[in-house]
Design a protein around this ligand. Sequence first.
Ligand code: PLP
Length: 415
Amino acid sequence: MEAPVKNTELIDTAKLREEFPILRQKLNGKPLVYFDNAATSQKPLSVINAVTEYYETINSNVHRGIHTLSEKATEAYENSREKARSFVNAESTNEIVFVKGTTDGINLIASSFGNMTVGEGDEVIISEMEHHSNMVPWQNLCRQKNAELKYIPVNDDGELMMDEFRSMINEKTKLISVVYISNTLGTVNPVKEIIEIAHSHNIPVVIDAAQAAPHLKLDVKDLDCDFMAFSGHKMYGPTGIGILYGKEKHLEAMPPYQFGGEMIKSVSFDKTEFNILPYKFEAGTPNISGAIVQGAAVDFIEKLGHENIHNSEMKLLEHANNLFEEIGGIRIIGTAKNKTSVISFIVEGVHPYDTGSILDNLGIAVRTGFHCTQPLIEQRYKLPGTVRASFAVYNTTGEIDLLADGLKKIKKMFL
Ligand code: PLP
């Protein structure tokens, strides 16, 4: 038996769930309730079938052969790049690089652009709420360059302290990299304002859009960000593929990140001429099926519509907030005014790992621990971890009722 479904009205959730076979199963004898969407989302049939279709019909290497299959694979690969361009509203497909995911995209920027932009004594600004993927590459760059990494502080509600941010900028600041939506707090950061402030000082800005891609309409032109990275697997697409957007002028000026086949125009024993954009950054045989199937994930989101997705997820968040308040004794970490459908919490007096494993026994998959934001949880909030429920468009208020029942049981057991 499946978890009870109540439609969100905006999207026919019952019908939508039929497209997600994994949600039909039972875990520990209970209907699966999947609330670990911020870690990775489940995949609709259109995405699952696109993998099989690729391997059954056009599997071939891209940009290499003049044979028909290779041409078909190349066409599908480049079509998907065009879908990604349109998805983020970039000017040109030259600005869209296929990478492994957000982590890979940020490492590319840090290694190439960061390396040429940041020097000894310079400063890079990130925030206290960054995922390790948008922290460790900058720590590494700053250590190598003898530069300083500064952190925009986060207030008790989980919002960036913008006055402090303004006062951190000086002539030594060479780069700013911030998360659009926090995977731990759910905060939607004022990235447009951050970019405006940064650009008034001629400082380029990188946006980590890993959590924004499944929830918000991305618009690199409107934001005017210099770089943006996100992962396919968090937006109903496959693992091992992600998109890096970079302004053409930056990508042109940047040295390649990796070297080998595909990224070259010509090679002699003496020297190599690099390929044009975006291939200069796609060394080796790429994740062809991943890139093509990522196009199916973009189609899935666009068919539902960003606004419908957002509205239906906000209803889920509201429902969870109301139930948590009713139950009492639950501390929510991350109460920003502008939030998305991520709710990090602690049942007062119960270790997050205990809460997580009891919920798992009830068939409810939540994430527990630091959520790859250890400094935020441990140093900023002085917590041993949190429990995180993150909702996707196929989740239902009925499932949130099951979570609330589980939390009531946990309270009875422990308190
Ligand atoms: N940034 C944020 C905000 C994330 O939530 C994640 C993944 O959880 C990442 C970066 C890293 O993404 P990936 O592991 O797909 O590279």
